[in-house]
Write a protein that binds this ligand. Structure first.
Ligand code: HXC
Ligand code: NAP
Length: 285
C-alpha cells in the first residue's frame, strides 16, 4: 500500500510481535524499511519468529512481561541501546478467554486487566516519558483495541473493560501529549483468525457453530495483510495529522450488529412486494 521505503529510518517496538497479528504488523514494518523489536513473554517463540522474518530486515527480540513495569523499563533501555532511538510503540499484546462473568474469580479478571490495560499503560509510560524528557518529537503510539471497546460484550467482560480503558487512554493522550509531538491512535479489528485468539474465543466446535463470517456484511474474515497495511499507514509519516483516532477494520461487523433493522436481511427478496403492500396499506391508520 505504501512505497517501499515509507518507514525507512524508523525503529518500532511491537508487543506481542512474535505471533498472530503482531507478527503480521512486524513483517510489514520490516518490508517498509523499519527496524523492529518484537517482544513478549516467551523468548523461544520470539527467536523462532525473528529467525523466520530476518530476510525482510533488521529484527531483534527482547523477552518482557508487559505486566511488570520494571521489565518494561529494561526493555526500553535495551532497545534504545540497540537501535539508538524508538519512533513508534505498538501496544498489541493481549490476554483473553471466553467465560460467563459469574464464573470468573477476581484473579481471572485482574489477569486480563493487567495484560491489556496495565501492559499498555506500562509501555506507554516507559516510552512516552523518555520521548518527552529527551524532547524527541514525531513519535507514535498505536494501540490495538477491538470494537467491543465501545459496544461492550458479554463473555469477554474483563477484555472489554480493559480495551475500553485503552481506548480512553488513546484519546486522552492524543490531547495531552500532542504538544510533545506524540500521536496516539488505535485500530479496532473485527474477526481476524489467529491461533492465539481463536483457541481461546472459538475453541473446538464453536467455530463451526458460530460462523463469524455471517456476522460480517462483507461475508468474510479479515486478512492479516489488510490490518498490517492499516497499521503501517498509521505508524508512518503519511498519517502525521491523525491523532486520537480509532480506525475500525471489521468489514462492517459491529454496525451490522448495532442497526435494529439489519436483521431484515433474512427476508427473502420475493417477500418484499407483499411487505410493501402491507406497509402502504397502513397509510392513514
Ligand atoms: C475462567 C480462567 C480461565 C477460563 C484462566 N482463568 N483461564 N477462568 N475461565 N477459561 C483464570 C485462572 O483460573 C486464574 O485464576 C487466572 O485466570 C489466571 O490464569 P493463569 O492461567 O494463571 O494466567 P496466565 O498464565 O497469566 O495466562 C493468561 C491467560 C492466557 C490470559 C489466561 O490465556 C494467556 O497467556 N493468553 C495470552 C494470549 C491471548 O490470550 N491471546 C488472545 C488475545 S485475543 P484463579 O483465581 O483460578 O487463580 C483478543 C481478541 C479480542 O484479545 C477481540 C476479538 C474479536
Ligand atoms: P495472539 O497471537 O495470542 O497475540 C497476543 C500476544 O500477546 C502474544 O504474542 C503473546 O505472547 C503476547 N502476550 C500475552 N501476554 C503478554 C504479557 N503479559 N507480556 C507480553 N506479551 C504478552 O493473538 P492476536 O489475535 O494476534 O491478538 C493481537 C491483538 O489483536 C490483541 O491486542 C487482540 O486483542 C487484538 N485483536 C485480535 C482480534 C482477532 O480477531 N484476532 C480481533 C480484535 C482485536 P507471549 O505468550 O509470548 O507472551
Amino acid at each position: 500500500m505504501l512505497r517501499d521505503d515509507a518507514m525507512k529510518g524508523m525503529a518500532v517496538v511491537i508487543t506481542g510481535g512474535g505471533t498472530g497479528l503482531g507478527r503480521a504488523m512486524a513483517e510489514q514494518c520490516l518490508r517498509l524499511g523499519a527496524r523492529v523489536c518484537i517482544t513478549s513473554r516467551k523468548a523461544e517463540a520470539l527467536e523462532r519468529a525473528a529467525g523466520e522474518m530476518a530476510a525482510l530486515g533488521e529484527v531483534i527480540t527482547m523477552p518482557c512481561d508487559v505486566r511488570d513495569a520494571e521489565q518494561v523499563d529494561r526493555l526500553r533501555d535495551a532497545v534504545l541501546e540497540r537501535f539508538g532511538r524508538v519512533d513508534a510503540l505498538v501496544n498489541n499484546a493481549a490476554g483473553n478467554f471466553i467465560s460467563p462473568t459469574e464464573r470468573l474469580s477476581s484473579k481471572a479478571f485482574q489477569t486480563i486487566i493487567d495484560i491489556v490495560l496495565m501492559g499498555t499503560v506500562n509501555c506507554t509510560l516507559a516510552f512516552g516519558k523518555h520521548w518527552i524528557a529527551q524532547g524527541e518529537r514525531d513519535r507514535v503510539i498505536l494501540n490495538v483495541v477491538t470494537t467491543y471497546a465501545w459496544t461492550g460484550s458479554g463473555y469477554v467482560v474483563p477484555s472489554a473493560c480493559a480495551k475500553a480503558g485503552v481506548l480512553a487512554m488513546t484519546r486522552s493522550l492524543a490531547a495531552e501529549w500532542g504538544r510533545y509531538g506524540i500521536r496516539s491512535n488505535a485500530v479496532a479489528p473485527g474477526p481476524f483468525p489467529t491461533k492465539g485468539a481463536w483457541s481461546r474465543l472459538m475453541p473446538g466446535e464453536l467455530m463451526e457453530q458460530f460462523d463469524m463470517r455471517k456476522r460480517v456484511p462483507l461475508g468474510r474474515l479479515g486478512e492479516h495483510q489488510e490490518l498490517a497495511d492499516l497499521v503501517t499507514f498509521l505508524l508512518s509519516p503519511y498519517s502525521a495529522y491523525i491523532n486520537g483516532e480509532v480506525v475500525t477494520i471489521d468489514g462492517g461487523e459491529w454496525l451490522k450488529g448495532a442497526g435494529q433493522f439489519n436483521l431484515l436481511e433474512q427476508i427473502e427478496p420475493g417477500m418484499w412486494d407483499a411487505i410493501e403492500a402491507m406497509v402502504r396499506g397502513a397509510k392513514g391508520s
